[in-house]
Design a protein around this ligand. Sequence first.
Ligand SMILES: Nc1ncnc2c1ncn2[C@@H]1O[C@H](COP(=O)(O)OP(=O)(O)OP(=O)(O)O)[C@@H](O)[C@H]1O
Ligand SMILES: [Mg+2]
Length: 190
Amino acid sequence: MGPSGSGKSTLMNILGCLDIATTGTYLYEGIAVEKLDADRRSLLRRYALGFIFQGFNLLARTSAQDNVELPLLYRGLSRKDRHEKALAALTSVGLGDKLRSSPAELSGGQQQRVAIARAIVTEPSTLFADEPTGNLDSVTTRDVMELLTRLNVDRGITVLIVTHADDVAACAKRTVLIKDGLIESDVAKT
Ligand SMILES: Nc1ncnc2c1ncn2[C@@H]1O[C@H](COP(=O)(O)OP(=O)(O)OP(=O)(O)O)[C@@H](O)[C@H]1O
Ligand SMILES: [Mg+2]
């Protein structure tokens, strides 16, 4: 958490191996990420990390099923494996009955759940979410936070969330406050 412009997205992009810091080093599982070339960094992202965005970032005019299958296509999985894994991911986020719906036919909360299914279909160890509930109303926000909490508790996925909302932050086990590009406080729930 932190004010606008404090550096939350910048920090998340570095942690998510999308960006490299100008100075210093970032170790992911002991690997100095800034020493990897762009191809290796993208492999690390593809195999270990998942991303969720405020604006959902789904492909329009593309079904929920096909949106979720996309990262598996990049991994070279067979059509049958892609179908099965996407179906399982969409079912696990409660959208097993919306496989053929395109984003325009879904509510904001449902679109975000498709995006979560797309992020978890590759079984990442860490999930990065930059204001995932920023475009959602409070009831839908609660649904999405329950889902993200379940991914952490049931599957052991680490979830990093940037948020401006206190109720979203309250779901987390640890809260880092950022101000003017620096960590102001870092508090773990006991
Ligand atoms: N690649 C970059 N290189 C240098 N400066 C950057 C870069 N990206 C962002 N900044 C600057 O760093 C600061 C932090 O930006 P950032 O997007 O991380 O803020 P934020 O905390 O996510 O804000 P918001 O809550 O509005 O999303 C801003 O002043 C921004 O202009
Ligand atoms: Mg931001």
